[in-house]
Design a protein around this ligand. Sequence first.
Ligand SMILES: [Zn+2]
Length: 203
Amino acid sequence: MKQTCSRPLTLWAAKHASQLQRVQIERQVQLYPGVVPYNPEAENDEAAVTLQMIEPFDRVVAVAFVGPAVPEHVVLNGTPVSPGMHPIRPTDRLDLGLDSYWLSEDLSPQRTSYDPELHGLDARCCMTKARLRAGQEIVICPGRPGVPCDVIYKAAAWEAVIQANREMKCPGCGYRPGEPAWHPTVPQLRREVLHDLCNCFHE
Ligand SMILES: [Zn+2]
């Protein structure tokens, strides 16, 4: 059983490596140095880095089009990149001049009712191994960043296990319901700023 719809993406933006902002990406977003990112209707701008959501494959969830007229250096995971197309995976870091960006997936368990046509015939609860009945309340595991899962649980079994064990992990992917969603941390940002400053002094 595989869900074909892509999961929502959050863009984390840090201006001058501080002041973390969250932007929900609908379809695409254009990034300009020093400017708050926004979701445009317009075509790709040659002076922008355009992040375009794609149907996920091999952990890639978006493509960055680096325009030929972007006025600042563009750095992906510490490596400078040239104009053109670059695949983006969750938690990758994209630097545009003094601004830093990360993408993350919004991972929350989906509660719904079992539909054999949608969720696969003869599906069983991952926890109890019981065969599911059409219309039964189920929970679909959201997976971990870059690790799709889509394992199905009977809703009651999912809740009982979480109640019994806050550290419960999905056997399919290791997702922990009690774990907070991924986000870049401010101490991480500060450390990287300090690191950059040290590099400047040594040059
Ligand atoms: Zn899972």
